[in-house]
Design a protein around this ligand. Structure first.
Ligand SMILES: [Fe+2]
Length: 307
């Protein structure tokens, strides 16, 4: 059973527990999430002027558009204000910054009408982040920068929380990906030939859930949750921000969502920075995460998911 919790008055341990059982949590905009969204809008406006970010795609040749995004996105990711806002969001939502490590916030775009959906604006097929070497304790944070509608949101395929899908994650290694594919996203304007873990059997993508939160509204979900970019036919480019977190108590106890079907190697553990001082997760833990845990047996899964 999956539920969506809105502004749940619970502490962070309870929150992670719910997420590890496949629940979705949504929070109203906070002062720092609004600050982050406004900062992102300003950066996007400056980069795409004289056009409005949501409709600039209709005025620019796609190569030029991809080049602008290729400059804008890293600037946003590495700006100190982006990190400060995340620290602010932690304070406002009762997340312990001493125990919580985050990776840099990314700005994402989903253009309308198949204008650009490769490389720098990759349209994600259904996937779990845990197919991409994320630990089972990873939590994803996602917020829209402009108002969204179902036609340019993201989708959750909740039945796959407990249902395995044959997939290509066994061929994915995070360190290898970083060496070969990450740096050159902007060159894939027409076609994306980078090898990514994908479903290898037909999936039933409906029914699906699209959560429509206001700008700065925060959607939290487990990295093991099956999700995808929806085909955007809204007439507007969707701009969103996401980042991921792990809690060091979960990391050391190897706590997290059950592993249904992720078989990748390598780990993103070296990417997360502590909320207080941006220190990395201690290296002693990395080896534990070089492979994903064994697949959960159905009976274990029942225990892990029943409330
Ligand atoms: Fe994802």
């Amino acid at each position: 059973m999956n539920s969506i919790f809105l502004d749940a008055p619970i502490n962070d341990d309870e929150r992670r527990e719910l997420l590890f059982r496949g629940q979705l949590l949504v929070y109203s905009p906070t002062p720092s999430s609004l600050k982050l969204v406004n900062f992102a809008r300003k950066m996007a406006q400056d980069a795409l002027q004289p056009y409005e970010p949501e409709t600039a795609q209709y005025h620019l040749p796609v190569e030029r558009y991809a080049a602008i995004l290729a400059e804008l996105k890293p600037k946003f990711i590495h700006h100190p204000i982006s990190k400060e806002c995340i620290q602010g969001i932690f304070r406002e939502l009762g997340v312990d910054s001493h125990k919580t490590y985050f990776d840099v916030p990314r700005m994402r775009t989903s253009t309308s009408d198949d204008y650009l959906k490769t490389g720098i604006a990759y349209a994600f097929h259904p996937h779990r982040d845990t197919w991409y070497s994320a630990p089972m304790c990873q939590i994803n944070w996602w917020m829209p920068i402009y108002p969204i509608v179902p036609e340019n949101a993201m989708a959750f395929h909740l039945r796959y929380w407990s249902q395995p899908v044959r997939n290509g994650s066994a061929g994915y290694n995070y360190a290898e990906w970083n060496r070969t594919s990450r740096q050159n996203a902007a060159q894939f304007v027409k076609e994306d030939t980078r090898k990514q873990p994908k479903p290898e059997e037909p999936m039933e993508l409906d029914p699906q859930i699209r959560v429509i939160a206001p700008p700065g509204g925060i959607l939290l979900f487990s990295g093991a949750q099956m999700h995808s970019s929806v085909p955007n036919n809204s007439g507007r480019t969707r701009f969103s921000i996401d980042f991921r977190t792990v809690n060091i108590d979960d990391v050391s106890a190897r706590r997290g969502a059950p592993n249904v079907d992720s078989a990748c190697t390598g780990t993103t553990m070296g990417d997360y920075l502590r909320g207080t001082d941006l220190a990395h997760v201690p290296e002693e833990y990395y080896a534990l995460y070089e492979t994903q845990p064994a697949f959960a047996k159905p009976e274990e899964f029942e225990t892990a998911t029943s409330a």
